[in-house]
Design a protein around this ligand. Structure first.
Ligand SMILES: Nc1ncnc2c1ncn2[C@@H]1O[C@H](COP(=O)(O)OP(=O)(O)OP(=O)(O)O)[C@@H](O)[C@H]1O
Ligand SMILES: [Mg+2]
Length: 282
């Protein structure tokens, strides 16, 4: 097999660059525009959150980054290279728990994509055990998914994704179906994993609180079709700060930016454009 030429990636460039991305669905009932002219950069180690109301195109954007949808206009690049289809460098974790084939044990679920990628069985097993250990599920390697709680299934899905060592982890509301307490625990565990491993993540949610807790940067999208309202820094927040006055103020400010309720005379039209990072202050 011919060795592919070395890809020269500028060391200072973003890992993922979305430029003027417009995404559409064409069906029997015409064209649906999901996002309109969306631009953002994700850097290595970012916990970058796409936040917006239902139907604003968050999942569609994630699918496009995953390579499952081609932009109608604009471009998506990973490491400087155009995204032209799915690849093992971008792994998606979904909200649905049935993303784990029920006939495979937890360990086999984690091993499966590694084996599909050509890895030897012994190495795949070792890697699966390592990552199951990281998410605290070493004891459940032989269990079947239906015997696990929702939170445990979510952890298996995260272990399976991280075991692939993708350049970027794409997460589409991975904790939305969990009860509030489990969701909190999962947010905490995701933070701990990130501190330990330092992976890059693109995380979709429509929960302002989750965005503040999980993300270090947040892109706010307008209702359908999704357009960029603002980009915020939120690295100062974590679960520990969730009840603080500063957190509450940030929460309220984001609500105003998203929905422009006019209470403070701040309408979306007056919000700073994308790429102009705003510190979250009240
Ligand atoms: N397969 C499809 N065919 C046609 N239109 C679609 C399809 N999938 C999504 N859409 C439309 O595209 C728009 C964006 O959908 P998308 O699922 O990306 O939103 P979302 O922000 O992820 O919403 P939610 O928070 O509810 O998950 C919506 O208007 C939706 O109806
Ligand atoms: Mg969605």
């Amino acid at each position: 097999m011919k060795t592919p030429p070395l890809q020269v990636v500028p060391p200072t460039g973003p890992l993922l660059r979305a430029e003027h991305v417009t995404l559409e669905y064409t069906g029997s009932r015409g064209v649906v525009r999901a996002t309109d002219d969306v631009s953002f950069d994700v850097h290595r180690g970012d916990r970058f959150v796409l936040l917006g109301p239902s139907g604003c195109g968050k999942s569609t954007l994630l699918k496009a980054v995953g390579g499952f949808i081609t932009p109608r206009a604009g471009s998506l690049r990973l490491g400087g290279k155009p995204i032209t289809g799915p690849g093992p460098d971008r792994i998606v974790v979904f909200q649905e728990f049935d993303q784990l084939p029920p006939w495979k044990t937890v360990e086999n679920n984690v091993m499966f994509p590694l084996l599909a990628g050509g890895m030897k069985k012994a190495e795949a097993r070792e890697r699966a055990r390592h990552w199951l250990g990281k998410v605290g599920l070493a004891r459940f390697a032989e269990a079947y998914p239906h015997t696990l709680s929702g939170g445990m299934k979510a952890r298996v899905a995260i272990a399976r994704a991280l075991a692939m060592q993708p350049d970027i982890l794409l997460m589409d509301e991975p904790f939305a179906a969990l009860d509030a307490l489990t969701r909190r625990t999962m947010q905490e565990q995701l933070q701990t994993l990130w501190e330990e491993i330092g992976f890059t993540m693109l995380f979709v949610t429509h929960s302002i609180e989750e965005a503040l807790v999980v993300g270090n940067r947040i892109l706010l999208l307008s209702p359908h079709p999704g357009r960029v309202r603002a980009e915020l820094n939120s690295h100062q927040f974590d679960l520990g700060s969730a009840g603080s006055a500063e957190f509450q103020a940030a929460n309220e400010r984001i609500h105003r930016l998203l929905f422009g309720d006019g209470r403070v005379g701040e309408t979306p039209a007056r919000v700073a454009p994308a790429h102009q990072a705003l510190a979250v202050h009240s």
